[in-house]
Ligand binder design. Structure first.
Ligand code: SF4
Length: 228
């Protein structure tokens, strides 16, 4: 029986409690060993799986090591180097362009402010938030990816649909100390149980408080449509 708790605040706190218990060690799943690699891995991960990105960056990070290596790279060659990644042509262009900006305007260092990061070509608020959190230990917001978007709607925590609006909606509800971990917890649960197409509600630790539960609900609140 899935029923949302009385307020969105209590709902989100209970969801976090249960997910902390379920995934105590969850963290970012992209591989990187410095801020530049982090930025590039996150840029490449847009609409692509972290698994695929990790496979490609394994050889990419051996071939290109410094900001200069990327800034001087041939876009077509770089695009081939990351050929199995979605939108690799545009992403190669973004990476080379961003590396040039970092080299020419930031002394070769990956910037540590939201404004400077989002001025890099192809870097939006989500990418910038991840780089700030995992590269600079600065938590300015909540990273809203496809899993956070889907789960926060399914669980009746938000009715917003656009990632940036969901972020603005969640920030006052979630204790600041949990902003970073919320993303990883939702991603872990979204991958393991609450998948997009076939969530395993019967085995879900959130079932009792989930208004979308397939066990007794007809509608997937993430899409607003009836479960098929
Ligand atoms: S798996 Fe089912 S019960 Fe669990 S959060 Fe997703 S929709 Fe709700």
């Amino acid at each position: 029986m899935g029923t949302r708790l009385d307020s969105r605040e209590t709902q989100v706190l209970e969801v976090l409690d249960r997910l902390y218990e379920e995934y105590p060690d969850t963290t970012i799943s992209l591989n990187f060993s410095n801020r530049l690699e982090l930025l590039i891995a996150v840029m490449l991960s847009a609409q692509c799986t972290d698994e695929r990105v990790n496979k490609e960056t394994e050889h990419l990070f051996e071939k290109y090591e410094t900001v200069e290596d990327y800034a001087d790279a041939d876009v077509d060659e770089l695009s081939e180097d990351i050929g199995s990644i979605t939108y690799h042509n545009s992403k190669a262009d973004y990476v080379v362009s961003s590396a040039r900006t970092i080299r020419d305007e930031h002394g070769g260092e990956v910037p540590d402010t939201m404004d400077e990061l989002t001025e890099l070509k192809g870097v939006g608020r989500k990418t910038a938030n991840v780089v700030l959190q995992h590269g600079h230990d600065i938590v300015e917001g909540i990273v809203v990816d496809t899993h956070v978007q889907r789960l926060s709607r399914r669980l009746g925590i938000t009715e917003e649909t656009a990632p940036e609006k969901i972020e603005t909606d969640l920030m006052p509800l979630v204790p600041e100390d949990d902003w970073q971990q919320l993303t990883h917890l939702f991603i872990s649960h979204g991958r393991a149980t609450c998948t997009a197409r076939n969530p395993d509600c019967a085995e879900c630790v959130l079932e009792g408080i989930c208004p979308s539960s397939k066990l007794d609900g007809d509608v997937d609140l993430a899409s607003g449509e009836a479960w098929s």
